[in-house]
Design a protein around this ligand. Structure first.
Ligand code: IMP
Ligand code: MG
Length: 177
């Protein structure tokens, strides 16, 4: 599997240390808040598990699996698996692997606001600013990436490569298969 990678963009050590930095910032920002971290499946899972180790507050976790069409409203959101807790009055922090067009998060943030969350913010491992179609910015970002397709640490190509411990770019011949 590692042989399929052309270039490593972000090493495992960099991901671990940046996750710990973000966890400390979030710890401070959410003191005395009723925090629930909601991971968007499947891509956010490795990053979310790394991040929450460094959040030194009481918190709950949950997961949601969605796909978005246009992303212009929460009605464009297909919910494949919903959260199981009531988020009314809670401070929701959505964990995501990457913000690209912004469609997914635009819809999910609106949905959680409609459901009565006290606050809704987003932490994303990666941000692909050039991919943006809708006006959406995550409050907490691990790393900026160029407008290339990346895999690893949760991010997939045809459901594979999520288990790579780093973020990288695939060799061209992988797409030709
Ligand atoms: P958005 O709604 O376009 O911001 O979509 C974000 C979702 O698209 C992410 O959660 C990923 O599942 C997927 N995605 C966007 N860019 C990449 C990439 O470079 N590699 C793998 N998945 C990506
Ligand atoms: Mg995703």
């Amino acid at each position: 599997m590692n042989n399929d990678i052309k270039e490593i963009l972000i090493s495992h050590d960099e991901i671990v240390s940046r996750s710990s930095e973000l966890g400390k910032i979030i710890t401070n920002d959410y003191k005395d808040k009723d925090l629930i971290v909601i991971g968007l499946l499947k891509g956010s899972a490795p990053f979310m598990m790394e991040l929450i180790k460094s959040i030194d507050n009481y918190l709950e976790i949950d997961f949601m699996h969605v796909s978005s069409y246009n992303g212009t409203s929460s009605g464009d959101l297909q919910i494949k698996k919903d959260i199981t807790v009531d988020i009314k009055g809670k401070d929701v922090l959505i964990a995501e692997d990457i913000v690209d067009t912004g469609k997914t998060l635009y819809s999910v943030v609106n949905l959680f606001k409609e459901r009565g969350a006290a606050s809704v913010e987003v932490v994303s491992l990666l941000n692909k600013q050039e991919g943006r179609i809708l006006p959406f910015e995550a409050k907490y970002i691990g790393f900026e990436v160029p407008n290339k397709f990346v895999v690893g640490f949760g991010l997939d190509y045809n459901e594979k490569y999520r288990n790579l411990p780093y973020v990288g770019v695939l060799k061209e011949q992988i797409y030709e298969k």
